[in-house]
Ligand binder design. Structure first.
Ligand code: SF4
Ligand code: SF4
Length: 289
């Protein structure tokens, strides 16, 4: 089986500059597949500006569908549904799709076979061309469940593309937070880059994401973004990283040039030396894997 170098960029929370940093890496690294696993609120595409997308529907859990023509209104399905997803509407029973958990029980107990399970499509995943390489991304419908599974699908498709194109590096933009989608994005990767900022919430989220990364046994390094907005907190981050065995790879200052690039939907390359140095450090780490 082909060996991949999967590099994931995470943050523990939104708004730290994670996606901007991933875009800068994407624009700087040589041959790689880019994967955006922030399926709930994808935004890497804004900077990568993909063209020629090919979309595939993503199937979530099946849901119950009730045929009123066959229903005798016996009420058994409503009585058995543990999720209150069978509801009366104007004297008839209907399935509340947003409440249905797809357990199939109602379809099994219905004496007239009025309920069948039908597929529910909860989002799409796309393969796109960008100026920086092939890009796999996804969009989960509002309220769509299974975001962890969609993350796994994005990573799987990125691996297929890597094999097809004889590429061994996959750059993953991870979801924010530390929930199920982050687990799906981080597990089994070769290196995690954590982008943080010296705010109190940033420090607390950094501690949580480093615990998660350590749980998976993945080597990691930390980028402190806007390090100069709070010197004392930056010192705390450096101290914590030392104790946690995570190296601080770079400290990027608050930069108007970077902000201007983002506001113009441009990737901030060659606008900040520290940012360029951070990218070089990660390029070196990737080539050493
Ligand atoms: S499939 Fe399960 S959750 Fe959905 S309506 Fe039927 S019993 Fe309720
Ligand atoms: S169990 Fe079947 S027949 Fe009875 S109310 Fe539900 S859908 Fe109608």
């Amino acid at each position: 089986m082909k060996k991949f170098k999967e590099i994931v960029v995470v943050s523990g929370k939104g708004g730290t500059g994670k996606t901007t940093f991933t875009a800068t890496l994407a624009a700087s690294l040589p041959r790689k597949i880019i994967a955006d696993t922030d399926v709930d609120a994808a935004n890497l595409h804004i900077l990568l500006q993909p063209k020629k997308s090919r979309a595939t529907k993503f199937r979530g859990k099946d849901i119950a569908s009730l045929d009123p023509g066959k229903c005798t209104n016996c009420g058994l399905c409503r009585e058995k549904c543990a999720f209150d997803a069978v509801i009366p509407v104007k004297g008839n029973l209907k399935i509340d799709e947003s409440a249905c958990e797809g357990c199939t029980l109602c379809s099994l107990v219905c004496p007239t076979e009025a309920i069948v399970m039908i597929p529910r499509f909860v989002g799409d995943w796309m393969i796109s061309e960008t100026a920086y390489g092939k890009f796999v991304h996804a969009r989960l419908k509002p309220g769509g469940e299974n975001s962890g599974h969609l993350v796994t699908m994005v990573r799987l498709q990125a691996k297929h593309l890597a094999v097809e194109n004889n590429i061994d590096t996959i750059l993953i933009d991870g979801p924010p937070g530390i929930g199920c989608p982050v687990n799906a994005a981080v597990s089994g990767t070769n290196y995690a880059v954590v982008v943080t900022e010296p705010t109190y919430s940033g420090i607390s989220d950094l501690e949580r994401i480093l615990l998660l990364i350590r749980h998976f046994g993945i080597p990691c390094g930390v980028i402190v973004n806007r390090f100069d907005i709070h010197a004392e907190n930056t010192n705390r981050i450096e101290r914590y990283c030392r104790e946690a065995g995570a190296s601080v790879l770079a400290k990027i200052p608050h930069s108007y040039e970077i902000m201007e690039s983002i506001a113009a939907a441009r990737i901030p390359i060659n606008v900040c030396q520290e940012l360029d140095r951070a990218v070089s450090a990660i390029s070196q780490i990737i080539s050493d894997i």
